[in-house]
Design a protein around this ligand. Sequence first.
Ligand code: G3P
Length: 214
Amino acid sequence: MKFFIDTANIDEIKKGVEMGMVDGVTTNPSLIARENKPFEKILKEICKVVDGPVSAEVVSLEAEAMVKEAKVLAALSDKIVIKIPMIMEGMKAVKKLTSMGIKTNVTLVFSASQALLAAKAGATFVSPFVGRLDDIGQRGMELINEIMTVYRNYDFHSEVIVASIRNPLHVMDAAMIGADIATIPLKVIEQLAQHPLTNIGVEQFLADWEKRKK
Ligand code: G3P
């Protein structure tokens, strides 16, 4: 299972990289806006420290304009993957970019039918948002199950990035289903490592060590 880190913050990315937990990065316009730095500068910094795909999202809503934006972003590094919203114009853009050899990540996916279309258009990655579905009382993880089933049925090669992850259970449920990738905020990566019995065990070992006969 690959772990991507869901942030545009370079310090968070470096922390994740040091732990060996970053196989790629996903950003979105909201995450970029938090950083108060030019978009291209942020992307270049990220590409320097990460050995893997780095998703950068377009903001146009027409296919032609999306492709134009995508070409500029893709020219920054061969690690850049173009994030495209799951709308019909987006599908046109994905088809065009795929034919040009530019990788895509179809985002804001909330149904298996949308994921089917994204795969047919040739998306490299698709990003179903589990947390935002949970937020409105729908089971986000059921969507991951459905998408994995559809992709396996037809041997689609788009990789599923479980996105909008809010807690360790989202990651572990995605792992049990066999999703290709989870894109995870740093806080949740750290939560995955924690267990109270580990802390108690470490304290006990150190206390016994101090008591030993010297
Ligand atoms: O990057 C896309 C996705 O992971 C956003 O998550 O928490 O804003 O729903 P969230």
